[in-house]
Design a binder for this molecule. Structure first.
Ligand SMILES: NC(=O)c1ccc[n+]([C@@H]2O[C@H](COP(=O)([O-])OP(=O)(O)OC[C@H]3O[C@@H](n4cnc5c(N)ncnc54)[C@H](OP(=O)(O)O)[C@@H]3O)[C@@H](O)[C@H]2O)c1
Length: 333
């Protein structure tokens, strides 16, 4: 990637997309192509193709998706599979039609089987049944990976798929119904502290193990992957051996915590003094989800933001951006 190359960041107002934009700008990549949903609905095939053919971006960071926590996935399964399939096919096909040099497609660790061997290696893909609560989303993401692979095989494109673990950080979604566990806990403890509530109820048993990566690390890894891959060249093999273009790459922190440990940590950072109750009648989801990120680490990358520091920064951001933080109620379209 050259400093003046035109780079399209799809989903630049989201958690990951905005962090990728910050990282690119910090590195001196200033020729960024950015479109809000109002300017370009990525579900609109004709509009997406027209934009790609008119602008001809050289590189694409594909961070747009319909994303949400367990509750949103459970409530709107049709939207999760439909929107993601539409967005993916439109962007991948338009990238091919307009000769994009390289694209980084963002998947998710939920693509792996519910009972995949831990830590989860990239080879586990499509070896077992998925976690039912987010199956429509996971199937859409798997379709995205396979679409990238298929275009690479048939058309010689260079699309790589990064599988991030659970992400969090400044700019996160704090919506009561749509958010992931970490921002949901931050908001819940904060509000309980202000209201002087004696206890906070956390969904599930507290025993599932989860891995969390700060979004700045994810953005750093995304730019790194695009660059390492460029240095490696199509067949150079730094990422994933001789079939580099067909590969998927896990992006994780390297260790996990239980939801109970996470909740205790958030409680401490928010300074909430009430008690913690775990509601075991609510779904736990996958028992453990830790990625094996050795393929990425072998390229010389490692995370820098430690969990406690990352949560403190995220809470600080939440305090300073109450107004603009996504606090609304998720609604079906
Ligand atoms: N957050 C995580 O923990 C996590 C973990 C693993 C993987 N990932 C992956 O990382 C990627 C980005 O996730 P995120 O957490 O950054 O999500 P996010 O904060 O919800 O951002 C998604 C972005 O995509 C945009 N978008 C969605 N549908 C669109 C459409 N039809 N047209 C135009 N823009 C559209 C959204 O626009 P609006 O602002 O208008 O809604 C938003 O800016 C996803 O592929 C996700 O699977 C995320």
């Amino acid at each position: 990637m050259q400093k003046n190359d035109l780079i399209f960041v799809a989903g630049h107002r989201g958690l990951v997309g905005s962090a990728i934009v910050r990282r690119l700008r910090a590195l001196g990549f200033t020729n960024l192509l950015l479109r809000t949903r109002q300017e370009l609905d990525l579900a609109d095939m004709a509009a997406v193709r027209a934009m790609f053919l008119a602008e001809r971006p050289a590189y694409v960071f594909f961070a747009a998706a319909k994303v949400g926590g367990i509750m949103a996935n459970n409530s709107y399964p049709a939207e999760f599979i439909r929107d993601n399939l539409l967005i993916q096919l439109n962007v991948i096909d338009a990238a091919h039609a307009s000769d994009v040099k390289k694209m980084l497609f963002l998947g998710s660790s939920c693509i792996y089987p519910k009972f995949a061997e831990q830590p989860i290696r990239e080879e586990s893909l499509l070896t077992g049944a998925l976690e039912p609560t987010n199956e429509p989303y996971a199937v859409a993401k798997i379709a995205g990976i396979v679409t990238c692979r298929s275009y690479n095989r048939q058309y010689g494109t260079r699309y790589i798929s990064a599988m991030p673990t659970n992400l969090y950080g400044e700019g996160d979604n704090f919506d009561r119904n749509g958010s992931h566990v970490l921002p949901a806990l931050i908001r819940r403890f904060h509000e309980a502290k202000l209201a002087g509530e004696p206890e906070v109820v956390v969904w599930g048993s507290g025993t599932p193990q989860r891995e969390f990566l700060h979004v700045d690390d994810m953005a750093d890894a995304s730019v790194h992957l695009m660059q390492v891959w460029a240095e490696a060249g199509r067949d150079g093999g730094i990422v994933g051996g001789p079939n580099a273009v067909n590969e998927i790459v896990n992006v994780g922190y390297g260790s996990d915590v239980s939801i109970r440990e996470l909740a205790e940590l958030v409680r401490e950072i928010v300074k909430y003094e009430g008690s913690l109750i775990f509601d075991s009648s609510k779904p736990d989801g996958t028992p453990r989800k830790l990625l094996d990120s050795s393929r990425l680490q072998a390229t010389g990358w490692s995370p820098r933001v430690e969990l406690r520091e990352g949560i403190s920064r995220t809470y600080q951001w939440f305090l300073e951006h109450h107004e603009e933080a996504r606090l609304g109620t998720a609604t079906a379209r």
